[in-house]
Design a protein around this ligand. Sequence first.
Ligand code: ADP
Length: 397
Amino acid sequence: MKILVINAGSSSLKYQLIDMENENVLAKGLCDRIGLDGKFVHNANGEKLEMDHPMPNHAEAIKVVLAHLTDAKWGVIKDVAEISAVGHRVVNGGEVFVEATLMDAEKIDTLESLTEFAPLHNPAAVTGLRACLEVMGADVPQVTVYDTAFHYGMPKTAAIYPIPYEYYEKYGIRRFGAHGTSHGYVAGECAKLLGKDIKDLKIVTCHLGNGSSITAVDGGRCVDTSMGFTPLAGVLMGTRCGDIDPAVAMFIMNKENLTPDEMNNIMNKKSGALGLSGVSNDFRDLDAAASEGNERAQLALDMFTYQVTKYIGSYAAAMGGVDAIVFTAGIGENNNVMRSDIVKNLKFLGVEMNEEENSKRGEARVVSTPESKVKVCVIPTNEELAIARQTLAVINK
Ligand code: ADP
């Protein structure tokens, strides 16, 4: 059985075709600059195709993808009918779509009405869904998989904000979290790696990339997560400020005469590691600048380490203990120094790093010592595979 995974952005569309018998990626690629000049990248059969290809809209992009998946040279299947289902990544399902869902035209309309929660991402997913329905026909199941779903069941104590309750009731303002597909995936892989039943584990998963979030997973369920109503909350990120006193925003708006949109832009695009360092949002650039003596770059790195440490400690308290800490995504998978510094700060929990293992590169692995009371794992995230697995589960129901 083959599943096509689609991650649609406003002018882009990433795809992977996955064979669910062995979970191998048969082909993957990217349609970029949709509606502009159109760039197409396709990887299959060990080769890479890159070309300019005009794609006026997402439906045309889907047609280009399907044509290449079935192409004599670049294809990996003979007929589009070999695709059993399509799994679509959706950023926020609000309180309506709280699990992976088989879509129809009516449900797509409902999803469209939820764009307020993810103004940049959800409309793109709706466009991708409609494009697939148009090009592939109603017989091919279109399943949506939500970044918010894994977090949805967290207790109200973690989900609700202490503002007048009517705003939760009127507008659905609550903690939704993000990166849920990734957190759920790496927590599951962590249990497999440790040879334990996930129901018996308290895990803190750290998805540390350009956007970073940390999640407390107790018995396989999310009980708290650092991102909030939007992905602006939590630890400082590449360009996002993370948790700050909300009064700071009002103070700056008054002083600098800024509109809400302008302030929102500053907190999302000009803050975090970039705003602190004045150097870059990329942690590799920060490392390089810090090693040349740039104090603000060093401050950004130190603050990130400090904040991640605080979240892990607070989630250990929230769960009444922690059995494993998982690092994933660009920084989590690749920055061994950052991992090591965070773990050193957590020595009081009885966690001890195996520095030799930690400095190696590789696949999913345990990087703590055999004696360490809390296991530390590095697990490459794979959101596409997680989406494909959830899609398969929905169509098998
Ligand atoms: P996104 O949230 O955009 O998916 P990523 O998960 O790709 O982001 O993470 C991007 C971050 O990961 C950047 O700050 C980058 O510096 C860091 N990163 C990526 N690769 C490496 C590497 N090999 N070594 C150290 N840091 C890395």
